[in-house]
Ligand binder design. Structure first.
Ligand code: HAS
Ligand code: CU1
Length: 576
């Protein structure tokens, strides 16, 4: 991408390429998105140890300092979830997945529009932040009705999501313009992955948009008598499952396109990469009922169909596991690696960016396996609504996604700013601490969940301490508490590196830190006429989006129609 790709060097001059001024502005914008994201994560992460200590049996929420700052455990948990899972991810991804395709295609985006989108997203964030901070929207990051938060929260959240759809629109628009200017050409792979992810997000977001705009905002403003919790939950999970792939796929972009080069090797197969993203586009959304196995008034038939589709959408992750392992092995063997697994030692473990991402992958082996357990309708009653679930998502979004983005920042900030990464050794230490902390947290929480400890509960101050004492959970509780401390140290180390880097002086031409685009062992070729059938058939992303939409309507239509026919007006409740 920094060294001109064949696709851009021979492009017809129909489209204006990136000029220096636009590139400077684009880099500033990407930096603004990333810094906002990591600021949100910093606040969210500092609240994390409070939850870990709670599940370690230590209630710090009753300390005078926290009592002065936070209304309750639930306000702390809401802020932790919203900032980390919703704000951090969306801001980082919006910058990352605008920057990458623009560089890949070498097209000139409308920067006024791009900045307007960033400012809109930030305005949405600041709007939603007010009721969150004043304890008027303590509804957790899933905001299930009839829990009723301030309308200002729902409006802010809607503006944020709308802004992400504007970024999606801009990227798809640029890609279509490139397609028109280059008929018969294969979409370059980084753009392919980005556009597929954005299109998936457009189909995915429909559920949340309808829930918030049609149901929650009018209800919280007092314009309707009540809201139907089952319908609202169903619309929420229409978006709520695929949103996890909206967090994961931008990390996959790095694992496929950049990590191989960082490890000293090549991407395995471009065709397989495209197939994985095409599958995510089609199968990510029609699976949301796997969050609602316990919900009444939804036919088991549909729950089971969503379960099968969930297993199907695990396939592209398995393809990714194969591809990622193949490219790491290719890299290590090229550098003298030997043996069945001995080659692993030849990976460049001194490189914090590579190490972060490989550790993120390792954690995701366990995160993915736990996901398959969650998805099995037979196992679900054992784990649903227990501490197992936060155990699961801390080694998916908390590690596979977050640790990858942390690793990406180690080259992205120098690439955007021309500043040099401060203290690479501390950076390396921070990712090991993060990985260790998250693995400990996952161990402690999965374990407690299996024993039946509920999620989202101030268990450390339960009136029924005897129940917990009788479970003999001393060891997993100690592991969970320790994980909070380890993660706190990890965060301090990481942010020390990040802020020191950002606050240092520019020392280089930013482009001297290139985007680490990898070559492919099996490349796709430039023209569709010469490409393999797999590449040709996965190229029409708009047709695949249409197929995704049809599938979603098929598996959600019969679920939602009876809910509309029996709409219940349930008044809101404020339980905090
Ligand atoms: Fe999940 C609940 C099922 C993936 C996040 N999930 C959640 C929640 C979150 C979340 C936040 O079916 C909680 C929601 C809430 O608050 O209620 N999840 C799955 C399944 C997958 C899955 C089947 N989840 C994710 C990802 C997330 C995420 C990704 C965030 C980024 N999840 C569920 C279900 C529930 C759920 C139920 C509801 C539970 C309930 O009862 O409430 C699959 O996508 C997983 C597929 C993944 C794999 C692993 C592939 C491995 C790879 C790494 C390879 C490693 C290498 C390393 C190569 C099959 C790609 C090599 C190493 C060397 C050293 C060389
Ligand atoms: Cu899910």
């Amino acid at each position: 991408m920094t060294t001109a790709l064949p696709s851009q060097s021979s492009s017809r001059a129909a489209l204006p390429g990136l000029d220096a001024a636009t590139l400077t502005s684009l880099k500033k914008l990407t930096q603004a998105y990333a810094v906002t994201a990591f600021l949100a994560l910093m606040i969210g992460v500092l609240l994390g140890p409070l939850q870990a200590l709670n599940y370690g049996g230590i209630n710090v929420y009753d300390s005078p300092l926290l009592k002065a700052l936070l209304g309750s455990y639930y306000q702390g948990l809401t802020l932790h979830g919203v900032l980390n899972a919703l704000v951090f991810t969306q801001f980082f991804i919006s910058g990352w997945m605008l920057y990458l395709p623009v560089r890949d295609l070498n097209v000139r985006p409308n920067m006024r529009f791009a900045w307007f989108t960033y400012l809109t997203m930030t305005a949405g964030l600041l709007t939603a932040a007010v009721p969150l901070l004043t304890n008027d929207a303590t509804v957790l990051y899933t905001f299930y009705p009839p829990l009723e938060g301030s309308p200002v929260f729902y409006i802010g959240a809607a503006v944020m999501v709308a802004a992400s759809l504007l970024v999606a629109g801009q990227v798809v628009w640029l890609w279509l313009a490139w397609k028109r200017a280059h008929p018969g050409r294969v979409t370059p792979v980084v753009t392919y992955m980005s556009v597929a992810t954005w299109l998936m997000w457009v189909v995915a977001a429909l559920g949340l948009v309808v829930e918030v705009v049609v149901l929650l905002i009018p209800w919280s403003l007092g314009l309707t008598r009540g809201v139907d919790p089952l319908l609202a939950r169903t619309l929420f999970w229409w978006t709520g499952h695929p949103i996890v792939y909206f967090w994961l796929l931008p990390a996959y972009i790095s694992w496929y396109a950049f990590l191989p080069r960082q490890a000293g090797g090549r991407m395995a197969s471009e065709g397989l990469t495209r197939l994985a993203f095409a599958m995510f586009l089609v199968f990510s959304v029609p699976v949301g009922l796997h969050h609602q196995y316990a919900d009444p008034n939804v036919q088991n038939t549909w729950k089971v169909i969503h379960m099968f589709l969930t297993f199907l959408v695990a396939v592209p992750s398995l393809l990714t596991a194969f591809s990622a392992a193949a490219s790491l092995e290719d890299a290590a063997r090229a550098h003298g690696g030997r043996g069945l697994i001995g080659w692993v030692r030849r990976l460049p473990w001194g490189n914090a960016s590579m190490t972060a991402q490989v550790l993120a992958m390792v954690s995701f082996i366990f995160g993915g396996a736990g996901g398959i357990v969650n998805a099995s309708i037979a196992f679900s009653p054992v784990v649903h609504n227990t501490a197992w679930i936060p155990g699961h998502f801390h080694i998916t979004v908390g590690t596979a996604t977050t640790l990858t983005f942390m690793g990406v920042m180690f080259w992205l900030v120098p690439h955007l700013t021309g500043k040099r990464l401060a203290s690479p050794r501390v950076a390396l230490a921070s990712v090991w601490w993060w990985f260790t902390g998250m693995m400990l947290l996952a161990l402690g929480m999965h374990w407690q969940g299996l024993a039946g400890v509920p999620r989202r509960a101030l268990v450390s101050a339960s009136a029924q301490q005897g129940v917990y004492d009788a479970m003999h959970l001393g060891l997993p509780k100690a592991i969970t508490a320790a994980s909070g401390i380890v993660l706190f140290v990890a965060a301090i180390l990481f942010y020390a590196v990040l802020w020191r880097t950002l606050l240092s002086r520019r020392v280089d031409d930013p482009e001297r830190t290139p985007i680490p685009t990898s070559e492919a062992i099996s490349a796709a070729g430039e023209t569709l006429a010469d490409a393999s059938p797999l590449v040709r058939r996965t190229e029409p992303l708009l047709a695949l989006t249409f197929a995704a939409l049809v599938l979603v309507i098929l598996v959600y239509g019969p679920v939602i129609a009876p809910m509309l026919a029996n709409y219940q007006f349930i008044p809101g409740q404020r339980l905090w």
